[in-house]
Design a protein around this ligand. Sequence first.
Ligand SMILES: Nc1ncnc2c1ncn2[C@@H]1O[C@H](COP(=O)(O)OP(=O)(O)OP(=O)(O)O)[C@@H](O)[C@H]1O
Ligand SMILES: [Mg+2]
Length: 165
Amino acid sequence: MTVRTQLSPGLPQVRADAELLRRVLVNLIDNAAEAMEGAAVREITLSTRLGTNGETLEIVLADSGHGIAPQDKDRLFLPHFSTRQRGTGLGLAIADRIVTEHHGTIRVEDNQPQGARFTIRLPAADLPAAVPPAAAAGAANGTASPGASQSASPAVPIPQSGAKG
Ligand SMILES: Nc1ncnc2c1ncn2[C@@H]1O[C@H](COP(=O)(O)OP(=O)(O)OP(=O)(O)O)[C@@H](O)[C@H]1O
Ligand SMILES: [Mg+2]
């Protein structure tokens, strides 16, 4: 399996829980690896870039796997949706929830020439909406979301070069 990274330099920071974002990427990479099992070309590309409006940061994970049937695209992020024999169907539901808690979005589309491509959009840190509500709620009522290790999340710089998986 080949992992390529295309990381834009000089991106704005995002205010995020690094552990939770790591879990999102791990879930996506797990899925990509599973979708590429037995494929002739097994390639993952992870890219970061500035959103077109200049106020969001985009993380794109593309794979060369079997891709996603059109009728499945709408249900992919629902809890317990899985096409795998031993899948729980929770990986993408958790990823979606974490990204949403960070005021971001996660979308899927077809990759070219084959496979799936997931795009995460997160607001840049200096915008008012950039504080994850999970952290705020956890601080207020004492219940943090699973895996949240801090009541206030630091701004996490996105690595700009050299990261290889
Ligand atoms: N990169 C991908 N390429 C093709 N299909 C994918 C990809 N990622 C997810 N899917 C589809 O979305 C479904 C749901 O993914 P999700 O991660 O939520 O659950 P799962 O991988 O089946 O199980 P779990 O993550 O709990 O082990 C998968 O079963 C698969 O059909
Ligand atoms: Mg999964």
